[in-house]
Design a protein. Structure first.
Length: 312
């Protein structure tokens, strides 16, 4: 397939939900502007920041408003999912690049993701990998997927592998995602009120085999005080894990076997983590027994399906 000329590439809307990232938001916006992809716009919402984020954005716009089309809104806090839905509704592009105001983009990332989606019209989303940096932008890890989350990127080569990876080993972090705008209408956008809105969206996309993977670094994911310590706060972890378990159980019905059983197993594993953090060791044992049993059933169904295909 002949790659389209860069001058004919479709409009990409870069969606940036900004909240209390005054130290980082300028570098984020600078990186979007510096990316050589030629047909792009920025849609940015300051979601009720209580620091100087809005002022940093406005100062950046004063310097660069003539350099790139920008739509900017500053309003009261509504949360990440509501902000992403509003950003998508305001976007004009065929493709939506999901940003984060504390991370930054790498040159060429948008073109890489666009070319994948143009070559794979059946996919609604494309994901890449990221480098991991500290608060000052110094590289900590070469691969967010492999080095930070311990993912086996070979799984992402097939639809079956992507379904398994999204269900049981969430390893998608930072602004690595590009969505076809029409795909959001298919899966009903982000579920408002959730903290872990990204996993919920990706489960719905994975159930439709709508995700593709490009093994290239497309952004830098920043570890800093707020996002690094949050996952180590016990009460916050329990809240997040409880929500994750509810999401898993809610989305079970979207999957066929053996992925349906695998997602039920994952819900049990999350339940064991919650019980451990609560110090309820008996519940840990119950959840883990259910997890092991369901995981074994899922693997047996995978093997049975492969034998059935081979016999046919």
């Amino acid at each position: 397939m002949t790659a389209p000329a860069i001058t004919s590439m479709p409009l990409v809307s870069v969606l940036v939900p900004a909240y209390n990232h005054e130290a980082f938001v300028q570098e984020c916006l600078d990186s979007i502007l510096a990316d050589p992809y030629p047909t792009k716009e920025i849609v940015i919402i300051d979601d009720g920041s209580t620091d100087g984020t809005a002022g940093r954005i406005e100062a950046w716009l004063a310097r660069h408003r003539d350099d790139i089309p920008v739509e900017y809104v500053s309003r009261e806090n509504k949360g990440i999912a509501a902000t992403l839905n509003e950003l998508a509704a305001r976007a004009h592009g065929e493709f939506l690049r999901i940003g984060a105001s504390d991370d930054f983009f790498l040159p060429g990332g948008s073109e890489t993701l666009v070319r994948y989606l143009m070559a794979h019209p059946g996919k609604g989303a494309a994901i890449g990998d990221c480098v991991v940096v500290d608060r000052d932008g110094r590289k900590l890890l070469d691969s967010g997927m492999s080095d930070l989350h311990g993912a086996d990127k070979r799984l992402y080569r097939t639809d079956e592998g992507i379904r398994r990876a999204v269900i049981s080993h969430w390893a998608i972090g930072g602004p690595v995602t590009m969505l076809r705008k029409g795909a959001l209408e298919t899966v009903a956008r982000w579920t408002e009120g959730l903290r872990i809105d990204d996993w919920d969206l990706f489960l719905r996309l994975a159930a439709r085999d709508a995700i593709g993977f490009v093994d290239e670094k497309v952004c830098a994911y920043r570890l800093h005080g707020a996002n690094f310590s949050k996952t180590r706060h016990t009460a916050t972890r329990i809240v997040n894990l409880t929500e994750a378990r509810e999401v898993a159980l809610r989305r079970v019905c979207m999957f066929a076997e053996p992925d349906r059983t695998l997602l039920r197993a994952e819900a049990c594993r999350i339940g064991a983590k919650i019980a451990y953090l609560q110090g309820r060791m008996g519940k840990v044992a119950v959840h883990m027994a259910a997890y092991v049993s369901l995981l074994a059933i899922s693997r047996l169904r995978v093997a049975h399906g492969r034998r059935h295909v081979g016999a046919a």
